[in-house]
Design a protein around this ligand. Structure first.
Ligand code: 4AD
Ligand code: MG
Length: 455
């Protein structure tokens, strides 16, 4: 394997012979000299290669192998450069048709050529930060005694009761339409109706009540018809679940987890974060660093409503009313105006939360918590789980759920029930939070959303 450019850039220039492989980002010609910047995606910056004769074959987008000597660079912003001796064009890129020219392209345009956008500075940086964050997730849980559990992608149960499910079937819709009869799901692949999972939580709970601390980290799917900058139809979710834990334990875990992730990228992805701070979201570095030195503000939903009601009448498009789900504008107000940082909102009205959340003694609210952050609003949603069989069954009946289908889930309360709690973090929302990228479609390689499943 040839060395990566990120490692070559760290070498001290002692006229070492090196080989660089990558893609030409830019090319400049000055009299007899030719300068190309070669980038292999291993770091934000590529390496400048200088030739003392014209290089007609080299053009932006071509893949190359350059041999030369590493020398101190007279140019500013780089310690070393390559005094090139020879170059092989491995794959040409026709400058007439290569879509990534030197000019700045809009993110909208780049979404249409998502197969090439990782070759831009912005999307290379997003990809590296995303990768580092994913690894940090595993590091955090591994260090804290959590077991990684692979929960199923195909499931017959609706974990959130929200109904935004993608159906999985091998029945032929055209045949069913022609037959004029209702589909017979007993003849479907799984012998019953099944779906892509919206959350691995229910299955994670079964492992938490055996292994004490577990987490899942996998793709989840929601057929929500919401065309926003924060929703995808396919996104990755991180879901820890802890036995012998209550809402306070969960809130502590939330804060420790986010701080660990921020700490990791602040120290390991410095150059990339600097780029985001300069070009994407000014001030983001300082605001992420400030989070590390702060304590998250905790506000119960009912108190948050009082804060929101105090705001000037024309602050919100939607009037905040107790019992209603908070809008993004309310969540942002709480983080940006009230707390000036992340907020853990807790104890929501039971009507706006899922069936499995533990009922508070007031009978009206549940032991739920959401982590809200500036710019985005909710990035984590979680709760203590209802561990009392009778109460849980009562709530499920109220909601008209089929208890028989959830008998395995109810068994956890029937046999050796324990207080337990967990949350789900939307991984793309985390990447948005850390990079400042405004649209969630730009922090996942191939976004799937309403009307969009290209590549
Ligand atoms: O709040 P949600 O719906 O919670 C659950 O699914 C629980 N079962 C989690 C648990 O307790 N184990 O989703 C959790 C998080 C949200 O806070 C949000 O960050 C993200 O998942 N999320 C989405 N991200 C992108 N696109 C969507 N359509 C999302 N829906 C939720
Ligand atoms: Mg939620």
């Amino acid at each position: 394997m040839a060395a990566l450019i990120k490692d070559i850039l760290k070498l001290h220039a002692a006229s070492q012979d090196v080989v660089v492989r990558g893609w030409v980002r830019t090319k400049r010609e000055l009299k007899n000299l030719t300068f190309i910047e070669v980038n292999d995606g291993s770091s934000l910056t590529g390496i400048q290669c200088t030739f003392d004769h014209p290089q007609a074959d080299l053009s932006t987008g071509a893949s190359v192998e350059v041999h030369g000597k590493l020398v101190p660079s007279p140019a500013k912003g780089q310690a070393v450069e390559l005094a090139a001796q020879s170059v092989t064009v491995i794959g040409k890129a026709d400058p007439e048709s290569y879509p990534l020219q030197k000019k700045r392209h809009s993110f909208e345009f780049l979404r249409e050529i998502a197969h090439l956008r990782a070759r831009t500075t912005t999307f290379g940086a997003v990809a590296r930060v995303r990768s580092r964050l994913a690894f940090a997730v595993h590091e955090f849980f591994h260090q804290n005694g959590f077991q990684y559990v692979h929960t199923p992608i195909i499931t017959a149960s609706d974990a959130e009761g929200a109904g935004a499910l993608f159906q999985v079937t091998t029945l032929n819709p055209e045949e069913i339409a022609r037959s004029g009869t209702a589909p017979d799901y007993q003849r479907d692949f799984f012998g019953k109706k099944s779906f892509l999972t919206v959350s691995g939580q229910l299955e994670a709970e079964t492992y938490a009540t055996a292994l004490s601390r577990v987490y899942t980290f996998g793709p989840t799917f929601r057929a929500e018809n919401s065309n926003t900058t924060r929703h995808l139809a396919e996104f990755w979710m991180i879901e820890p679940e802890l036995a012998f834990a209550d809402l306070n334990d969960l809130m502590r875990l939330t804060e420790d987890f986010l701080k660990f992730l921020l700490n990791t990228v602040l120290s390991d992805c410095e150059a990339d974060l600097h780029f985001f701070d300069t070009h994407i979201e000014k001030g983001i570095l300082a605001s992420l660093k400030a989070v590390l030195d702060s304590h998250f503000t905790h506000i119960p939903y009912t108190e948050a409503l009082i804060e929101l009601e105090k705001a000037a009448a024309d602050t919100f498009e939607f009037k905040p009313v107790w019992g209603c789900d908070l809008q993004t504008e309310h969540e942002r107000f709480l983080t940006e105006k009230v707390a000036g940082g992340p907020v853990i909102l807790s104890d929501y009205p039971k009507e706006i939360k899922a069936f499995y959340m533990k009922l508070n003694p007031d009978g009206k609210t549940v032991r739920a918590m959401d982590l809200l952050v500036p710019r985005l609003g909710e990035i984590i949603g979680g709760s203590q789980r209802e561990d009392d069989l009778a109460v849980l069954e009562g709530r499920m009946r109220e909601l008209g759920m089929n208890l028989h289908e959830y008998r395995w889930y109810l068994d956890l309360r029937r046999y050796g029930s324990v207080p337990h709690a967990g949350f789900g973090m939307g991984f793309e929302r985390l990447v948005q939070y850390v990079t400042g990228m405004a649209n969630i479609r730009d922090v996942i390689p191939y976004p799937r959303a309403v009307g969009q499943a290209d590549f």
